[in-house]
Design a protein around this ligand. Structure first.
Ligand code: AMP
Length: 177
């Protein structure tokens, strides 16, 4: 099965993605994680990625599509995957060639997400308040149309992401059946 997790930063995508991976034994892949690893490289590309993610902007679609497509061609992902953080733009959604079975949208309010992120003690380098606010803005402007794209295809599952971690996990499992 091929799943996509969508939600604003702080919605719980990686928590739920990891729970789902353990439960279903399907590999989990986060584009944010891939880009953060690439940002450590001491090359012009690494520096560019670092500046872009630290400022809260998106990596251009062409680069993102190329990287995700290369990853998903690996045999490890042949039988399915849980993809966290991609697609984030309409262009990425339209040009993504791999099939998708279900898109799980973890819905939380901006206020709840900001509250959760402010209390997180594993804050990353790219987690300044300015960058977080920009990511939330970009989600509403640029990623929300992706929700409509999948809604129209009948693939979108909307989950109330403000429940407990365990209740969200159970709801996801019952809805993907
Ligand atoms: P995340 O861990 O999903 O919040 O991603 C961290 C950062 O990586 C984002 O703020 C973007 O700069 C970049 N990124 C991750 N996924 C994508 C994507 N699908 N398209 C463009 N940029 C992305």
């Amino acid at each position: 099965m091929k799943f996509i997790l969508i939600g604003i930063q702080g919605a719980g995508k990686s928590t739920q993605g990891n729970l789902l991976r353990d439960k279903l034994q399907i590999p989990y892949l986060s584009t944010g994680h891939i880009f953060r690893e690439m940002s450590k490289e001491k090359t012009p590309e690494g520096r560019y990625i670092k500046e872009t993610i630290n400022a809260g902007y998106l990596i251009p679609d062409g680069k993102t599509l190329e990287i995700v497509t290369n990853y998903l061609h690996k045999p490890y992902y042949k039988n399915g995957y849980i993809l966290d953080g991609f697609p984030r733009t309409s262009k990425q959604a339209e040009e993504f060639e791999n099939g998708v079975d279900k898109v799980i949208y973890l819905r939380v309010s901006d206020k709840e997400a900001l509250w959760r992120l402010s209390g997180r003690d594993d804050n990353r380098d790219d987690d300044t308040l300015k960058a977080i606010r920009r990511r939330i803005e970009i989600f509403h402007e640029i990623t929300e149309p992706v929700l409509d794209f999948y809604r129209k295809k009948g693939l979108l599952l909307e989950i109330d992401g403000e429940q407990s971690i365990e209740d969200i996990h159970k709801e996801i499992l019952s809805k993907i059946k």
